[in-house]
Design a protein around this ligand. Structure first.
Ligand code: UT7
Length: 324
C-alpha cells in the first residue's frame, strides 16, 4: 500500500514583528530586508509558548483534517532544532499534550530540511507496514536562538509549526522523497554552544555562542546549487516533469533563491507558493505551514501534484513530490 498525506495543519504565534520593529532593535532597514530577503514580518512566540505548544496545535489541526481518531497514530516524529529541552524529545511532550500514550515518539535534527526528512521516514514506515499512521511535526522557536546583535541573521528568522498525518492512502501519494547531507560543511550554519562539544558556561554565554552563526553568502551559494538539483532528482524519481507539477513549495529562506530556482524550471509565480513575507524563515516549519495554508485557502486542491525542495544546516537538503 502506498503512503500519502492524509491531513495537514499549521500554527503560527499571534505576535507579529514587522521590519519596522526590527529597525528599533538592530541597525537595519525595512528596504534592505524586503529587497534582500522578501521578508516583511515574522511571528515571535510568547515566552510561555514552547515548541511543543505550537507543534501540538499544528498536530491537532492535521489530525482533524485527516479525519482520523488520534488513537490511530502509531508513531510521532518531530523535526526541530529548537526543541523545548536539549532532551527529552519534543515529540514526547507533544504526545502528552495530545493526550496520547505509548507509541514511539522521537525528534530528528535536520534543520531546515527536517520536514522532508520526517516525511521520508514516515513514508517508509507506512509502506513497510510497520505503522499505519505516522504524525510528523516540524516546529521551531528560532526567536530563542537568534542574536539580536547580529543583523545578518536576526531579521531572517521566525517561529511557527506545521504538521501532517502520513498514512495508507488510495488517492493521495508521496510519490518520491530524496534526502542528502554534507557534514563537512556543518560550521557554515550552526549553533556552537550548548551541546557536548561546548557545554554551557559563563564564557559561552558571554561570547554569545548559544546563537545561530551563519556565513550567509556561503550558505546561499550551496542553497542555490543543491535545491534545484534535489528537486530534479525528486521529480525524476516520481516520474513527473516540471510541466506536470501544479505547485512548488521551496524552503522559505530568501525570495531571491526561491524565484531564481522557480524561473529555472519555468514555473510562473502562480505555481510558486510563497509566504516568506509573512513568516520569514521558520526552518523545518516553512514547507508544512505553506502547504497547510494553501490547502486551507483552496489554492492547492485534491489531485494536485506538489513538489518540495529544502536546504539547511547540516548541511542537509531534500526534495519530494506528492499528489495531494
Ligand atoms: O534556512 C537555511 C538556509 N539559509 C539560507 O539559505 C540563507 C542564505 N543566505 C542568504 O539568504 C543571504 O546571504 C542573506 C539574506 C543572509 C544576506 O544577503 P546578502 O545579499 O548575501 O548580504 P551580505 O551578507 O553579503 O551583506 C551585504 C551587506 C553587508 O554590508 P557591506 O559589508 O556590503 O557594507 C552587510 O553588512 O548588507 C549588510 N547587511 C545588512 N544591512 C542592513 C547584512 N544584514 C543586514 C541587515 N540590514 N539586516
Amino acid at each position: 500500500m502506498k503512503a500519502g498525506i492524509l491531513g495537514v495543519g499549521y500554527y503560527v504565534p499571534e505576535n507579529k514583528v514587522t521590519n519596522a520593529d526590527m529597525e528599533k532593535i538592530v541597525e537595519t532597514t525595512d528596504e534592505w530586508i524586503r529587497t534582500r530577503t522578501g521578508i516583511e514580518e515574522r511571528r515571535f512566540a510568547a515566552p510561555e509558548e514552547f515548541v511543543s505548544h505550537m507543534g501540538a496545535k499544528a498536530a491537532e489541526m492535521a489530525i482533524k483534517n485527516a479525519g482520523i481518531k488520534r488513537e490511530e497514530i502509531g508513531m510521532i516524529i518531530t523535526a526541530t532544532i529548537t526543541g523545548d529541552y536539549q532532551w527529552p524529545s519534543t515529540a514526547g511532550l507533544i504526545q502528552e499534550k495530545l493526550g496520547l500514550y505509548g507509541m514511539p515518539a522521537f525528534d530528528i535534527s535536520a534543520a531546515c530540511s527536517g520536514f522532508i526528512y520526517a516525511l521520508g521516514i514516515a513514508k517508509d514506515m507506512v509502506e513497510a507496514g510497520t505503522y499505519k499512521k505516522v504524525l510528523i511535526i516540524a516546529a521551531e522557536k528560532l526567536s530563542t536562538i537568534i542574536d539580536m546583535q547580529d543583523r545578518g541573521t536576526c531579521v531572517l528568522m521566525g517561529d511557527g509549526a506545521g504538521a501532517a498525518v502520513v498514512g495508507e492512502s488510495e488517492n493521495s501519494n508521496i510519490m518520491s522523497v530524496v534526502l542528502h547531507a554534507d557534514g563537512s560543511k556543518s560550521k557554515i550554519l550552526y549553533q556552537p554552544a550548548g551541546g557536548s562539544a561546548m557545554p554551557a558556561s559563563v564564557e559561552t554565554v558571554n561570547n554569545r555562542l548559544h546563537y545561530i552563526k551563519m556565513d550567509g553568502k556561503e550558505v546561499y551559494k550551496h542553497a542555490i546549487e543543491k535545491m534545484p538539483a534535489v528537486l530534479a532528482e525528486a521529480m525524476e524519481k516520481a516520474g513527473v516533469t516540471s510541466g506536470q507539477v501544479d505547485f512548488v513549495i521551496f524552503h522559505q529562506a530568501n525570495i531571491r533563491i526561491i524565484k531564481s530556482i522557480a524561473e529555472k524550471f519555468g514555473w510562473p509565480d502562480e505555481k510558486n507558493i510563497v509566504n516568506i513575507q509573512k513568516y520569514g524563515n521558520t526552518s523545518a516549519a516553512t514547507i508544512p505551514i505553506a502547504l497547510a495554508e494553501a490547502i486551507e485557502s483552496g489554492r492547492i486542491k485534491k489531485g494536485n501534484i506538489v513538489a518540495f525542495s529544502a536546504f539547511g544546516g547540516g548541511l542537509t537538503w531534500g526534495g519530494a513530490v506528492i499528489k495531494v
